[in-house]
Design a protein around this ligand. Structure first.
Ligand code: NAP
Length: 282
């Protein structure tokens, strides 16, 4: 059996089209245009590309976008003051402070200062807590993207055994909790897990969020598994996931490629969260 390749680019484009349609309806019914403020401190080229991509995605779905580029030497108090101002603005529904910040700035108080109802990245402890209690108003974008890919690949989640490899606060834990909310039976594996291949072989749904090049081999999975590969490992041979795609696709029902799987979903879920944050103000 060769797997269905889950096309993250297409799903991402579909979701952005759905958001664009919802924006038109929001404008027609309520005269409301969602607004996303993106704050970039410093000149990290990677971050600049991310911020420009977000600005472009906003334009595409019909959001207002507000870009703040602050110099590298910006003081903590100045950044906190900007967050406070954005919290107070009625035309700003989502606030995103691009990470990583320059070394002299502490990200924690900045993230805590963002109004949880404008925290469209979903990193505020309040939003993680909402995921824990099964009320994921603004879930973090990559984990939410994983769930969306599973749903749109028509995998049955209720009662399925989902194995998540990785327990980071940004990916592994929220993915596991979102799967639990979908009525999966969830196992979370990590670097201290004993006999990881045997645990993975039990999975109906396998999510790998580790950061180890092609770690999950063909004999780690059972026939018919749905595989979501979050890993992004840059090697001399190119970009690879945590899953050995060539081996695992021969046994999987459906599998995400790297690149072109989970990666494109993050920005789509950011657009969806910003739409939700705007709707929450009605
Ligand atoms: P992270 O914070 O480094 O967490 C990695 C997790 O993997 C940890 O929980 C760690 O266990 C576990 N782990 C490490 N080695 C292991 C092993 N040999 N066996 C089992 N588990 C092991 O990484 P992250 O931020 O969650 O990101 C994970 C991957 O996803 C990275 O490749 C990252 O680049 C990628 N990523 C992609 C996107 C996207 O948009 N596609 C977004 C975010 C992240 P311990 O807790 O025991 O240390």
């Amino acid at each position: 059996m060769s797997a269905e390749i889950i096309d993250g680019k297409k799903v991402s484009a579909d979701i952005r089209a759905e958001v664009a349609q919802a924006v038109k309806e929001l404008q027609a019914k309520h005269g409301l245009t969602p607004g996303l403020a993106v704050v970039l401190v410093g000149e990290d080229p990677g971050s600049q590309i991310y911020v420009n991509n977000k600005e472009r995605a906003c334009a595409e779905v019909g959001f207002n976008s507000f870009k703040y580029v602050l110099p590298t030497e910006t003081a903590q108090e100045e950044l906190m003051k900007l967050v406070d101002e954005l919290n107070a603005r009625k035309d700003v529904h989502g606030i995103l402070v691009q990470m990583p910040l320059p070394k002299h700035l502490d990200p924690t108080p900045v993230l805590l200062a963002i109004d949880p109802n404008k925290d469209v990245d979903g990193f505020h402890p309040m939003n993680l807590g909402r995921v824990v209690v099964g009320n994921a108003l603004l879930p973090s974008c990559t984990p939410a993207g994983c769930i969306e890919l599973i749903k749109r690949s028509a995998a049955r989640m209720e009662g399925a055994h989902a194995v998540v490899i990785g327990r980071s606060n940004t990916v592994g834990k929220p993915v596991a909790l979102l799967l639990l909310s979908e009525n999966c039976t969830v196992t979370i594996a990590h670097s201290k897990t004993r006999d990881l291949p045997a645990i993975c072989r039990q999975a109906d749904i396998l999510v790998a969020a580790v950061g180890r090049d092609r770690m999950v081999k063909g004999d780690w999975v059972k026939e018919g598994v749905t595989v979501i590969d979050v890993g992004m490992n840059r090697t001399d041979e190119g970009l690879f996931g945590d899953v050995d795609f060539d081996e695992v696709k021969e046994k999987a029902r459906a599998i995400t490629p790297v690149p072109g799987g989970v990666g494109p979903m993050t920005i789509a879920m950011l657009m969806r969260n910003t739409l939700k944050a705007a709707e929450m103000t009605l």
